[in-house]
Ligand binder design. Sequence first.
Ligand code: FEO
Length: 168
Amino acid sequence: MNKRTLDAVNNQIQAEFQSAYIYLSMSAIFEDMKMSGAANWMRIQWQEETAHAMKLFDHLIRRGQAPDLQSITAPDVTFESALDAFEQVLEHERHVTRLIHSLYEVAVEEKDYALQTLLHWYIDEQVEEEENAEAIIDSLRLAGSSGQGLFMVDRELGLRTPEAEGEE
Ligand code: FEO
């Protein structure tokens, strides 16, 4: 793996851990708002993002490269409502999708076929991540300001369970 590709993978590992940290922060805020279902959803998202980082980390190890971990900054997260929070999730996931596509372009330009194959999984995963956020936004829009509606969405979010290994 050449330096350009290695640097790009290390940057993506940082972005995935940073994403995990943002979602853990959102989980803490939802706990404080007594929305335990949304807090659960965010906590599982934290686990998923950590798994995304580790999949790249392990790829480097398997290729005989030492991952170079970078700083993660304190998340600067605030939101006015659950809808606001999930709109931020969607924006963030769109940002991550762009990062994954840029990383894929590096893998293509540098003819790193093994990395390209690995990144196919991430490209599919980003479609799912954006789709999930959009579905929750739709539900929250339907619920509007109805306490009962929000209660039901929160209960639904509380049903999310960690995905099996390899399905993150
Ligand atoms: Fe790892 Fe949510 O992208």
